[in-house]
Design a protein around this ligand. Structure first.
Ligand code: V47
Length: 393
């Protein structure tokens, strides 16, 4: 006889450190007791991380919004001749690195559209320029979708290792989690037709892990997907992480970042987007099902800092980050894409929520900081930020 699944049976599994199965996951997605789910997620989170909340000092850099795709959830892409289309020069990328250096950022997170004309050299030149301007800056760049695009434009669509090795040689340090959206074919065809399907997304991350790169994963929720689609998405991520662990790969997924759909001016803006309760539930279920992911990250740009604070009691242990500029979504519809939290705002938000802020670098090593000078704990002494050589326009 099949066991009845309810929050008590799930709580028992958690107490006994047993993995939740598909039926448990299905129950969690229909269960309306968001606070009950949150309490369980909080137990798991505290077992792993106590009352620590990680944050990082980073910058996001979106090098171009020109994109060959027309994803219906996306408010970012432009055709090349649109008045608001842009592509950054290599010099602008260098300036970003210089600004990051002055601010003492530890990471730059770089993504853009699938630009139909930029050559492969553009991407390697961009990485090299950034690395040269600020060698200790970790470059987390290019979603799996961009990596497939780069493989195509460099005329070796099947040689993902070759493409990644070229990018690593130019300065790539890890892969962000974007482009995953929802791994279901129906949702794919309705909302982001033309984008790579789940198989290729996983192939890229697998290749990265084989080469020793760490990577992240995302799920874009609150649009046309069903609870079952969300469940299968998380289970696929868990299975891929199991495989990376089983095969002893030098890289793995570090973090999952559940991204709430922000309607903006996208083709799906007749949809309301998820509610705050849905956000909390999604983050908590991520924590409960993804037992082989160390971190669950809130991205305050999309969830808001207020909700991210609350999410710390719903399984989240990590908040991204100081950010500064972010072009992909403008959560409150402002015309500027300047969206920044200072380190003290970020730390105060974490403390006010009852947690202990700990600065980390991209690889989750603790960072010791004195203003813009920083070092990874037990690393070389604090890196000075020498006077600027670059004139900023
Ligand atoms: O892949 C696009 C999403 C992603 C919308 O790895 C939207 O540390 C909501 O992946 N509403 C890019 N989301 C962002 C991303 C990310 C963010 C922060 C940290 C990390 C990490 C990764 O943004 C895209 C897409 O899924 N997106 N449009 C929208 N309207």
């Amino acid at each position: 006889m099949a066991m009845t699944v309810n929050l008590h049976s799930i709580a028992r599994k958690i107490e006994n450190d047993r993995r939740l199965d598909e039926a448990d996951g299905r129950f969690l997605f229909v269960c309306r007791d968001v606070h009950g789910i949150g309490e369980l997620a909080d137990r798991v989170r505290r077992r792993r991380h106590g009352d620590i909340t990680y944050y990082n000092v980073n910058r996001h850099f979106n090098y171009s919004n020109v994109c060959a795709l027309r994803c219906r959830f996306c408010d970012f892409y432009r055709k090349r001749d649109d008045a608001s289309a842009y592509e950054s020069s290599i010099d602008e990328a260098r300036q970003q690195a210089e600004l990051a250096r002055q601010a003492g950022a530890t990471e730059i997170h770089i993504v853009g559209g699938l630009h139909p004309y930029l050559p492969f050299d553009y991407y390697t030149d961009m990485l090299r320029a950034i690395r040269q301007a600020y060698p200790s800056l970790h470059i987390k760049a290019f979603t799996a979708v961009e990596i497939i695009h780069l493989a195509r434009i460099s005329k070796r669509p099947r040689d993902l290792h070759g493409v990644l090795l070229d990018l690593i040689d130019a300065g790539l340090g890890s892969l962000p989690g974007g482009g995953a959206e929802i791994f279901d074919d129906r949702v794919h065809d309705e909302a982001f037709k033309g984008k790579v399907r789940s198989g290729q997304w996983f192939e890229v991350h697998r290749a990265a892990h084989e080469l020793g790169l760490m990577s992240n994963a995302t799920i874009l929720y609150g649009h046309i997907e069903s609870p079952e689609d969300r469940l299968q998405h998380l289970l696929m991520l868990r299975a891929a992480q199991d495989e990376a662990n089983r095969d002893g790969l030098p890289g793995r997924f570090q973090t999952v970042i559940p991204l709430p759909f922000v309607p903006g001016r996208s083709a799906l803006n007749h949809l309301p987007g998820p509610t705050g309760l849905d956000d909390l539930k999604m983050l908590a279920i991520g924590r409960l099902l993804l037992d082989n992911f160390d971190h669950i990250k809130a991205f305050w740009i999309m969830q808001s800092i207020g909700l991210s604070q609350l999410a710390l009691q719903f399984g989240v242990d990590d908040i991204d980050g100081t950010v500064v500029w972010y072009d992909i979504t403008k959560a409150d519809g402002r015309s500027t894409t300047h969206q920044e939290l200072s380190v003290s705002d970020l730390r105060d938000a974490i403390v006010a929520a009852g947690f202990v802020p700990v600065e980390r670098d991209t690889l989750y090593r603790r960072v010791e900081r004195d203003g813009a000078r920083w070092r990874v704990e037990s690393g070389p002494s604090l890196s000075a930020a020498p006077p600027s050589q670059v004139r900023l326009g």
